[in-house]
Design a protein around this ligand. Structure first.
Ligand code: FES
Length: 107
């Protein structure tokens, strides 16, 4: 899992935490972004596009492209590349791309 002992930056052994992707537990490191934690677990597909049903995932990795949005702890459209993983975090793949034009009552 990445560089553990860097000659300039020193040791990089941060506390291990557990996050959940669609209910499945995954190991992550405190201070890692959700996207980095998923990539470290071999998960590259974060959802699908609404129109063409194509896979979405990490693209710009700096909050510019919105390719990595996922549902995190019940909130839709959270950028996985800009959100730090936290213990017990619940992450959902956006397989159906929630309809952002509707309010919570479906109107
Ligand atoms: S990968 Fe572009 S906003 Fe997250």
């Amino acid at each position: 899992m990445g560089i553990l002992n860097h000659p300039v930056l020193g040791e990089n052994r941060k506390e291990e935490i557990t996050i959940f992707l669609n209910g499945k537990p995954l190991k992550a490191r405190k201070g890692q972004t959700v996207a980095a934690a998923l990539m470290a677990n071999g998960i590259k597909k974060f959802g699908i596009t609404r129109k063409l049903q194509q896979a979405r995932g990490l693209f710009c990795a700096n909050g510019r492209c919105c390719s990595c949005f996922m549902s995190v702890n019940g909130l839709d459209h959270v950028l996985a590349c800009m959100t730090l993983a936290e213990e017990g975090m619940n992450i959902q793949l956006n397989e159906g791309d929630p309809d952002v034009r509707r309010d919570k009552n479906g109107n």
